[in-house]
Write a protein that binds this ligand. Structure first.
Ligand SMILES: Cc1ncc(COP(=O)(O)O)c(C=O)c1O
Length: 457
């Protein structure tokens, strides 16, 4: 996170009143400070980096505070609310579970659990046969790690090495952080997993001039071989985010195709971490489809449950069934409330054509963002993303260096104007509106972003 700290005291800002936004008080609204203080007294500090907006209600693509101010939400509460906040079908489904007096059943069977598993697997159009449900994204990547290594043991690999990527994020628990490629985040562990090998991310500024993405991958793998790693016998898995999170950067397609071919050739399981990108977010059901590849495992979370604690791993039967009975379980796995939320999510995606909607609106979204890039070439070197996920990267026009302070200022100004964006703490402003956002609110949000950039230049 950058050193920037948002004003917790109410700041007088111009009033805003449109169909989609309303700012009628200083921002943050009076009363916010007390709630923040209360939280900072009792909640661990690590959870307190966001813009100081106390959420009172969230509905559709809007967030409201206790003063009735109304924001256009370009965050989906960190890419959860793909089907819109407080989606009526979702609320109804959960209410039905509560009215049925079945709030939890551990690993005992239930009808709702059986129905959801089937519906989830069918949603993948035959790509995967089975799933294992959990509560958080980090547990899903941990489970994938376990499956990759157990499969490595089954296939008698000499070592249980995993290839991952520098800069990647797979969650905050031990295994997930060891897989992840952000060094400062895992210093607390005190050691590196000697069996996790990070290759560089093929960002445009990293790909050497004239080097194709396939050659880049070949060179990265060659470096591993030079370190004495036998790619065929020492590696059992590879895990990549669909796109690199902080910048929503999708790798070149040919890079991922080459990675898939390498994995197939060497009997290495390929896992794609879809925690952010799944469930229609990027204009396809799952983000890996942009690469025209077939991963062995995917990790899901966030938009999978639309706000209930639901995550999971999906894969082929022979991989998913490797752990013996009891070897892979979780107290909250397939909780009925989570299953109901997940089921309502799938129904909304299918019945409201949210995959197509994300694709159509994503085009408008990215056209708008790219026109900002053209308008502010000294400030915006890159716009990344696909469908309804996007990041605008900012640089300092004088030095050309990444400018995280500017992106923090833009995030704060957006908030003061009634638009909520994701504050990454880096040089990116990240956005992912609910897929149900109206076209006019999407365009209005882009205009607000434009104003916020202009006012901070
Ligand atoms: C790609 C990716 N994987 C894993 C996670 C961890 O998910 P959770 O925070 O639900 O544990 C995240 C969360 O941001 C993520 O973006």
């Amino acid at each position: 996170m950058s050193a920037f700290s948002f004003s917790k005291k109410p700041v007088k800002v111009p009033l805003v009143k449109t169909k989609n936004r309303s700012i009628q008080t200083p921002v943050p609204s009076p009363g916010t400070e007390g709630i923040l203080e209360n939280l900072s007294n009792y909640e661990s500090r690590s959870m307190q980096g966001t813009v100081p907006l106390v959420w009172e209600k969230a509905q559709g693509f809007n967030v409201f505070d206790h003063a009735g101010n109304q924001w256009i939400d370009f965050t989906s509460a960190i890419f959860i609310a793909n089907i819109g906040h407080s989606n009526p079908r979702f609320i109804k489904a959960i209410r039905e579970v509560l009215d049925n007096n079945l709030v939890h059943h551990f690993t005992y069977p239930s009808q709702i659990k059986a129905r959801y598993y089937e519906k989830l697997v069918r949603f993948t159009d035959g790509e995967f046969d089975k799933a294992f449900l959990l509560s958080g994204g980090t547990e899903a990547t941990e489970a994938a790690l376990k499956l990759m290594r157990m499969n490595g043991q089954r296939t008698r690999k000499k070592r249980l090495g995993i290839i991952s990527m520098e800069g990647s994020f797979h969650g905050r628990t031990l295994g997930a952080q060891l897989l992840g490629g952000i060094k400062p985040q895992k210093e607390w562990i005190g050691f590196e997993d000697q069996g996790v090998f990070h290759i560089r991310c093929p960002y445009p500024w990293v790909l050497d001039k004239g080097t194709s993405p396939e050659e880049f991958l070949e060179n990265e793998l060659k470096k591993l071989e030079d370190e004495g790693i036998c790619l065929g016998t020492d590696i059992c898995g590879a895990i990549f985010e669909t796109f690199q999170g902080w910048a929503s950067f999708f790798y070149p397609k040919s890079f991922m195709k080459a990675m898939e071919a390498f994995c197939r050739k060497n009997k290495i399981l390929l896992t794609i971490d879809e925690v952010q990108s799944g469930f229609a977010r990027t204009g396809v059901k799952f983000g890996y489809q942009h690469y025209d590849i077939h991963p062995d495992l995917i990790c899901c979370g966030k938009g999978m449950g639309s706000g209930v604690a639901l995550s999971g791993v999906l894969g082929k039967r022979e991989i998913m069934d490797i752990p013996d009975v009891g070897m892979m379980s979780s107290t909250n796995s397939a909780n009925p409330i989570a299953c109901a939320g997940g089921m309502a999510t799938l129904e909304e995606i299918v019945e409201n054509n949210l995959v197509e909607e994300a694709r159509r609106k994503g085009k408008v979204f990215h056209e708008g963002l790219n026109s900002l890039k053209e308008k502010y070439p000294d400030r915006i070197p890159y716009v990344f993303g696909e469908g309804m996920i996007a990041s605008v990267l900012f640089k300092n026009p004088k030095t050309g260096e990444a400018d995280s302070l500017f992106s923090s200022r833009v995030s704060e100004t957006c908030m003061q104007k009634g638009l909520l964006v994701v504050h990454t703490g880096r040089e990116s402003v990240k956005m992912g509106p609910p897929l149900t956002i109206s076209d006019d609110a999407l365009l209005e949000g882009l205009d607000v972003l434009d104003e916020a950039i202009r006012e901070n230049i």
